[in-house]
Design a protein around this ligand. Structure first.
Ligand SMILES: C[S@@+](CC[C@H](N)C(=O)[O-])C[C@H]1O[C@@H](n2cnc3c(N)ncnc32)[C@H](O)[C@@H]1O
Length: 548
């Protein structure tokens, strides 16, 4: 038994070469802070959700929908909530056959993601806390939740075949239970009888009428292993390579196509990326320069210094928990790739003044935290702009004690807002709202939620924000354009269009020397694309521009 499978019951899996199962196996609460949503479509995925919101997107809060009235699953089943109901004078729920708690928790998290548009990395820790699930049980619940959500595409194809009808025609509750059951059967070492009987118990408790159906479908699923199902169901690789990869590695075809295009059509490398996307990455800390040293913090938290960023520490488990180093502001949670692209802005050479820095899309404040700490060391100040109020509040918290002014406004108002004068900043970062396709590892459901139809509005915003940045920067100053998406429309096309339309002279700066010298696989320049499978980071894109 491997080190990993020793941590939780029966999760060593079939198909190890596909990297389907989380490697770190611990509860993740490291919310990825490197991406955001456009104004008006802000899904608030990077925090700011109070406990009552159960990790649902902000639009729910704006619509005034409280958690309790959204028909969330009844937490009294098998948990402490039952006694609460009685104390509150409400009738106890009908007793159901007991469902073991880790699977119940995983089911509730998956259901909340699909029914309420919740984010797994926000809603799961909350349910774990409510249900007081810790240690191995919490790790097992996390594994089941993340794995089932990631592999939904493949699982649905298999369930469709096994059920003899499209999963879309199965009611949502038994459908989610079946996904959870099929995941255990095909991708974990949970014994088949345990996977089937626990799932049938679950279905009996949430959709009693579907119990027999679920039993029959799971028995059909259990008749073949994952590889055999995939060989039967995936389109032939030579006739439809994208369709084959999409089904085999559980990504929507449009995302496979986008990755392949960004990787120059190299399907071997695309495959490695898809495999990496199905792993859960470790949580990275950014140790703030001037406040602490990465090697010391690595010792303190039992982690390892990052491979590339001088500020990075890799945490050993999946969850940063209540680390002192986070509480006292010496570090924040941030993917190493995000650290590298923020630091690259500061590494670019400048002639003349170097005092006024601008972060035009700052919420929730990961890069502003690092830029603010670097500004403090260099005697500069940072203006951090964020359009969404709650995210601007997060920025203010993130930059406490640093020479940073937070403005809650539209970054496109450069030139008309007196706080954002044109031609005046020495360094400007545009960490643009994007599809977030570069951080699918951290958000298991997002590959199914994002749609190609999201692209036009996002790319328009990206171009407008980069145009504003090019107005804000002084002649000779530098602008860093960053996305946590490798989609070429959001990277090369957006940058090219914005530069062309800006009306100011702009030159590309080779971004590669602005990253650590030992970093492999940075391509031909002048832009840089980081990759999970090459660098262990999110797929951050960086273009560095100098205004003439
Ligand atoms: C990718 S996220 C930025 C992540 C951030 N730099 C960090 O490292 O934590 C993009 C942010 O831009 C904000 N945004 C969207 N439209 C904006 C606009 N017109 N002006 C300013 N901010 C905007 C979003 O609300 C979101 O918080």
């Amino acid at each position: 038994m491997s080190e990993r499978s020793g941590q939780i019951e029966g999760t060593e899996r079939a198909g190890a070469d596909r990297g389907w199962v989380d490697r770190d196996r611990a509860g993740q609460s490291g919310v990825d802070r490197s991406s955001g949503a456009p104004a008006g479509a802000d899904r608030g995925r990077s925090g700011g959700q109070g406990g009552a919101d159960r990790g649902r997107p902000d639009r729910d809060r704006r619509a005034g929908q409280g958690g309790a009235d959204r028909g969330r699953p009844d937490r009294s089943r098998g948990g402490p909530g039952g006694a609460d109901r009685e104390r509150a004078g409400r009738p106890p729920r009908r007793e159901h056959p007991p469902v073991d708690l880790p699977r119940q928790v995983a089911y509730e998290a998956i259901e909340a993601v699909h029914r309420d548009d919740a984010y797994a990395n926000l809603v799961l820790p909350e349910i774990l806390r409510e249900r007081r699930l810790h240690g191995r049980d919490a790790a097992f619940a996390t594994e089941l939740t993340y794995g089932t959500l990631r592999l939904r595409g493949t699982l649905d194809a298999i369930l469709t075949a096994a059920a003899g009808r499209d999963v879309a025609r199965i009611d949502p509750q038994p459908r989610d239970a079946l996904r959870l059951g099929a995941y255990q059967l095909l991708y974990t070492r949970v014994p088949a009888h345990a996977a089937v009987s626990s799932t049938v118990d679950l279905v009996r408790s949430v959709a009693p009428g579907a119990t027999g159906f679920a039993n029959a479908v799971l028995r059909e699923v259990s008749g073949k292993d994952a590889d055999t199902w995939i060989a039967e169901l995936a389109p032939a690789a030579d006739a439809d390579p994208v369709g084959n990869l999409a089904l085999t590695y559980s990504h929507p075809p449009w995302i496979v196509r986008a990755f392949s295009e960004a990787l120059g059509g190299d399907l071997g490398e695309t495959t490695r990326l898809l495999i990496e996307d199905n792993h859960r990455p470790s949580v990275h800390l950014c140790v703030r320069p001037g406040r602490a040293d990465a090697a010391e913090v690595a010792d303190e938290v039992g982690g390892a210094p990052g491979a590339f960023s001088p500020y990075a520490v890799y945490l050993p488990g999946g969850a940063p928990g209540e680390l002192a180093v986070l509480a006292d502001g010496r570090a924040h949670v941030q993917d190493e790739g995000s650290q590298l692209v923020a630091a690259a802005l500061v590494n670019a050479e400048l002639d003349g003044t170097d005092e006024r820095w601008l972060d035009l899309c700052a919420g929730p404040g990961g890069k502003a935290g690092l830029l603010g700490a670097l500004a403090a060391q260099r005697g500069a100040t940072l203006t951090a702009v964020e359009i969404a109020e709650h995210r601007a509040r997060l920025v203010s918290q993130a930059v406490r004690g640093l020479p940073v002014t937070v403005l809650t406004t539209d970054g496109r108002t450069v030139g008309s807002d007196p706080d954002l004068p044109a031609d005046s900043f020495d360094r400007v970062l545009v960490d643009a709202p994007c599809t977030g396709l570069g951080s699918l590892r951290r958000r298991p459901e997002s590959r199914w939620r994002r749609q190609p139809s999201d692209l036009p509005a996002l790319t328009r915003l990206q171009r407008e924000l980069l145009g504003a940045a090019l107005r804000a920067v002084r002649p000779g100053g530098v602008v860093g354009y960053v996305t946590c998406s490798p989609h070429v429309v959001e990277t090369h096309v957006s940058v090219g269009e914005a530069a062309r339309r800006s009306g100011v002279p702009v030159d590309f700066v080779d971004a590669r020397p602005l990253l650590p010298a030992e970093m492999p696989g940075l391509g031909d320049g002048p832009t840089v694309q980081l990759w999970p499978h090459r660098h262990g980071t999110d797929a951050m894109f960086l273009a560095m521009l100098r205004r003439g």
